[in-house]
Design a protein around this ligand. Structure first.
Ligand SMILES: [Fe+2]
Length: 401
């Protein structure tokens, strides 16, 4: 199958081909006709932040994203400002309260900067909602049309973990820059002349942290309500260190375009990173978003130069003689991976390179991952222990271990 990744007729995000996407995020064949809840794509990751005006600049300067649309008081939205940014097929929306009485202000007071909506582009909103409701989902917004001069979007929303939702959209009859109520907008920020065109091409996966004992409930929710399949299974012992332990399972839509790992804390000697997240986010929520890049070295170099901080990986990780045996040949020398702090993992399908940022907000909650896949459909299981030891060093510095 060839062609572009179809985000409807907006033309805004159609610049990553299907074959590129298959390599970047590891797509598999899937027959939509038998799917009770056919998902086309992750439509957008929607954040509530304390200062959307400034965050929009951070996402342009530090993550290399492009500002494409805006909603705010100048255009009749007196409640909040919202900035829409894209990078390849990835779309992020940043919302910040303007009206002190906005529900977004309350949300931010409670949770801090975080993800409120993992919006999904679907083939048939009504069919998805009908299936979800029959399977016991909480329908937050009934299917309805929203229209402007660019056409009509059919949308609805269902609840997932914590105060997170999945808005479901059919944008096949819409040509505007994002949604009705938004206007096209470009950023004033000018990239350096030698900057890469973009630093990532797609969202690979979005991880949810849920409370102790709730992981299987949410795996089952995605299986039953949204027809997602189980991709991989980790158990506590695989990814435990002395202090942090967690359990993680991964669900994905039929063609694996949308992948949601779900973590819950496991009992360790002291507070785990998942417990820290749940405490500071005040409940379940989105922990990290993995950004797919075709050149992780270039991406990390550009992001570091712009001030993004990444977790340090201990030298011992690279000097371990077992590492070379475990990973075999990869496209860059281990010395280069060490220089950038990039982790590498291999499974039966291939390998992947990955690295994690420090939390991007004030609270120790949401962070990003960069991932470069070479056949592997995994999530870096072999790196979990090395990663968590690095996270714990940071947690200890914050006094939360
Ligand atoms: Fe991840």
């Amino acid at each position: 199958m060839t062609g572009t990744v179809n985000h409807g007729r907006t033309g805004q995000l159609d610049d990553v081909t299907f074959d590129q996407m298959r390599r970047l995020v590891g797509l598999v064949e899937h027959d939509d006709s038998k799917d009770p809840f056919p998902v086309k794509a992750l439509d957008a990751v929607v954040f509530v932040v304390g200062n959307a005006t400034q965050s929009a600049l951070f996402y342009q300067v530090a993550l290399g994203m492009e500002l494409i649309a805006y909603s705010g008081p100048e255009h009749g939205n007196r409640d909040h400002k919202a900035f829409v940014l894209k990078s390849g097929s990835a779309r992020f929306v940043l919302k910040g309260a303007v009206d002190p009485d906005s529900p977004l202000a309350d949300h931010h007071r409670h949770h801090g900067d975080g993800v409120v909506d993992l919006a999904l582009e679907v083939l048939d909103v009504d069919k998805c909602v009908e299936h979800a409701r029959a399977q016991g989902a909480t329908v937050l917004e009934e299917p309805h049309d929203v229209s402007d001069e660019h056409g009509t979007i059919r949308q609805a929303a269902i609840a997932t973990y914590g105060e997170t939702r999945h808005t479901l959209l059919d944008r096949s009859h819409y040509t505007g820059p994002y949604l009705p109520g938004y206007v096209a907008r470009r950023g004033g920020y000018v990239k350096p002349a030698d900057a890469p065109k973009r630093l990532f091409q797609a969202v690979d996966h979005c991880v949810g942290n849920v409370e102790l004992g709730q992981m299987d409930r949410w795996v089952e929710f995605y299986n039953r309500v949204m027809g997602f399949v189980n991709m991989a299974e980790f158990v506590g012992d695989d990814i435990a260190t002395d202090y942090s332990a967690l359990m993680s399972k991964v669900v994905a839509n039929g063609n694996h375009r949308v992948k949601f790992p779900l973590n819950e804390p496991a009992v360790g000697k002291r507070k785990s990173q998942i417990d820290e997240y749940l405490e500071f986010y005040r409940g379940a929520g989105c922990q990290h978003i993995a950004l797919a890049t075709g050149d992780i070295i270039k991406t990390v170099t550009a992001m570091r130069a712009a001030g993004v901080e990444f977790l340090n990986t201990p030298d011992a990780y690279y000097d371990d003689p077992e590492l070379r045996a475990r990973i075999g040949e990869v496209r860059v020398p281990i010395e280069t991976l060490k220089e950038h702090g990039i982790l590498v993992d291999r499974d039966e399908d291939g390998y992947l390179l990955q690295i994690f940022t420090k939390p991007i907000g004030d609270r120790p909650t949401v962070f990003y991952e960069l991932i470069e896949r070479h056949g592997s459909l995994g999530f870096g299981k072999g790196n979990f222990k090395a990663l968590f030891e690095a996270i714990e060093r940071e947690q200890e510095r914050r006094g939360n271990l």
